[in-house]
Design a protein. Structure first.
Length: 557
């Protein structure tokens, strides 16, 4: 185990020790000997860099002799020390993304250099050691994100929608970062002076290389951080559009079964489920799991099997072919060729439609409920709009910190669309008030949301409450406006698949369509974007997994 670390865990006692033990295990002599076949020995003199921040495709280094110091590449802040028997790296070893930290030899060192593809081989061939490595990689990235002092520096106001967008993008893509809030202390003003930036020029992002980005787009930020690697195939067996639970499941199964697999997403892994603070009814996680953690684990699984991921990439069209490859057009004037396509673009929450909503998006009105948004509300009263499980989990999550939570439900019964275990928890909470037959009709505030008008739909009674944050989780609008007319949809925009196409005589071939196949042969739809799908995470994962079996059948025709 790393004897020393700067990581300050929020947990105390045994849980803290357990997490550190998972993050920094010590391999025994027999395990070290087993790894020798997957790497080569390298001597590193004292004070030499083993790697430097920003280096891509960094190997995993196993310490055989000596001591290695890990520090933040931008600030030089100490992170951890690796001793004999420990190994370096986190999930970037598998993804090939540039590393966010630097490693320096504290003493003369003898290390075993293990490339990323060899780490994948270890996972497949020696599961007992591979499990230790994967668990450590995941835990280390989680701990780095909790440190809030490693990686890019974001300087911007909590009331800036661009600041929120940047922070959400980094969080979705598993990048640790430090945020200096303009509404904070004098230290933030000193940071602005250091980089010769005025408040009007924020938000800025200082990447580990030292480059300062002024109000960068997500694409510019991804390029500066080296998030995306070059494409490895001219024609992919499978391109998955959308990286929510359904898309990630398709990527895991496609890559694990030998298909060259590429995943495209406009924001980052997780989809709508990634905005959920906790999913408690997903099999195998009796204590629940956050949408973010579920997505992170799925990404590591997919990358472990060799799937590629391009983020952010906005797909603007697809040219369907009944017999050849499909051409996917991207807004970046790129195109990708695929033998099969899985549409997993999911659905978005409907707008609040309160007056004037647009002014407060990112300044008090949010469409996600994660720690990123919760910390913007401090302990003030908030409202959650919706009656599904996502809204219920958001209400419970916000009630942990907020003075009070108003759950605003348009219907007359919370249990019509919410699981009973969650409804019961909400009803028993003294920090959550359920407002049935109600809606938010007006938003009030100068630069940010300060209060909201709540209207009872039956009586017409209006009340103004001091609410500093509103979390909107109502309805589902499919992300399908970019699809060509050749991919048929129902009146609400959800994609038709399987037997539904035969009913409407919209299937072009003599053979019947596969269950998840769209009106474009070889193009499949899974998860929330599909007509008649069950809007649950488990169902989405099941459909994503099932689609790969159908892809194999299609390719065998």
């Amino acid at each position: 185990m790393a004897d020393t670390t700067a990581i300050d865990l929020r947990a105390d006692g045994a849980n803290k020790d357990e997490r550190l033990a998972v993050a920094f295990p010590t391999l025994n002599a027999s395990q070290l000997q087993a790894l020798e076949a997957f790497g080569r020995r390298v001597h590193v003199p004292k004070d030499d860099h083993v790697w430097t921040v920003g280096d891509a495709s960094v190997c995993m280094f196993v310490v055989l002799e000596g001591e290695m110091r890990i520090e933040d590449g931008r600030t030089g802040n100490y992170v951890a020390t690796h001793h004999v028997g420990s190994f370096s790296g986190d999930i970037d070893v598998l993804s090939g993304r540039p590393t966010v930290v630097t490693a320096i030899a504290v003493t003369d060192m003898e290390i075993l250099k293990v490339p990323g593809d060899c780490v994948r081989s270890i996972v497949g061939e020696i599961p007992a050691i591979g499990d230790i490595i994967l668990r450590a990689f995941l835990m280390r990235r989680s701990l780095l994100q909790e440190m809030s002092s490693v990686g890019p520096l974001v300087i911007g106001s909590r009331y800036s929608p661009d600041t929120l967008r940047i922070r959400e993008f980094l969080a979705r893509n598993r990048f640790p970062f430090h945020w200096d809030d303009l509404e904070g202390d004098e230290a933030t003003q000193r940071s602005l002076a250091e980089f010769d930036v005025t408040e009007d020029e924020t938000p800025i992002v200082v990447v580990p290389s030292g480059e300062v980005l002024h109000v960068p787009s997500n694409a510019e930020l991804a390029k500066a951080l080296g998030i995306n690697a070059a494409l490895t195939e001219k024609v992919y067996d499978l391109v998955v559009i959308g990286a929510g639970p359904a898309g990630l499941a398709a990527a895991v199964y496609g890559a694990s079964e030998g298909l060259s697999t590429l995943v495209l997403d406009s924001e980052g892994p997780g989809g709508q489920a990634g905005t959920s603070s906790r999913i408690e009814n997903y099999m195998g996680f009796p204590q629940g799991i956050s949408g973010r953690d579920l997505a992170d684990r799925a990404v590591v699984q997919a990358e472990r099997f060799g799937a590629q991921m391009l983020v952010p990439r906005t797909v603007c069209g697809i040219t369907c072919s009944h017999h050849g490859s499909h051409i996917i057009s991207l807004s970046e004037e790129e195109s990708i060729e695929a033998k099969c396509v899985v549409l997993a673009t999911g659905a978005a929450y409907r707008n609040l439609d309160a007056d004037p909503e647009a002014k407060y998006v990112g300044r008090g009105v949010y469409y996600a409920a994660t720690n990123i948004e919760r910390m913007l509300c401090n302990d003030d009263a908030v409202a959650v709009v919706g009656a599904g499980n996502s809204a219920g989990q958001a209400a419970v999550f916000m009630a942990e910190n907020s003075e009070h939570v108003y759950l605003v439900v348009r219907g007359d019964d919370l249990r019509k669309s919410m699981s009973s275990y969650l409804a019961l928890r909400i009803e028993r909470s003294d920090r959550i008030t359920v407002l049935l037959d109600s809606e938010i009709t007006k938003l009030i505030g100068e630069d940010c949301l300060e209060s909201a008008e709540l209207t009872n739909c039956k009586t017409g009674e209006k009340k103004v409450k001091p609410i500093r944050g509103i979390f909107v989780m109502i309805g589902a609008v499919p992300r399908t406006t970019w699809l060509p007319d050749s991919i048929c949809r129902d009146p609400k925009g959800f994609v038709l698949t399987g037997l539904s196409l035969l009913k409407d005589k919209k299937w072009p071939l003599e053979r019947p369509p596969f269950f998840l196949e769209t009106s474009c042969p070889g193009v499949f739809a899974v998860g929330d974007v599909r007509c008649e799908s069950v809007k649950r995470v488990a169902s989405a994962v099941g459909e994503g997994s099932m689609s790969v079996a159908l892809v194999h059948q299609y390719l065998a025709l």
